[in-house]
Design a protein around this ligand. Structure first.
Ligand SMILES: [Zn+2]
Length: 86
């Protein structure tokens, strides 16, 4: 299958920055919890990876939704900090 969820790609790029900023625990478990919580609160956006279109779509997606993704990650960090599962 050659489809990817660009919301997830963007969240993966941002998660370490946000965890550091929010002083959230960065163990693997908390990181996964933050990622799952954030992704559940965001609409998935799928693009195909054929013909190099992915890059163009990813870049335009980033400009539009970077703020939403960062905000969702911040909310997720707060939840994980209150109820860490590690
Ligand atoms: Zn942890």
């Amino acid at each position: 299958m050659a489809i990817i969820n660009v919301t997830q790609i963007l969240a993966e790029e941002k998660i370490h920055e946000v965890i550091r900023l929010m002083e959230c625990c960065s163990c693997e478990k908390c990181e996964d919890d933050v990622m799952a919580l954030a992704l559940n609160s965001l609409p998935p956006r799928y693009v195909t990876t054929h013909a190099g279109k992915q890059y163009v779509q990813l870049e335009s997606f980033k400009k539009q939704f970077e703020t939403d993704v960062t905000a969702a990650l911040m909310r997720a960090c707060m939840t994980v900090k209150e109820h860490p599962s590690h």
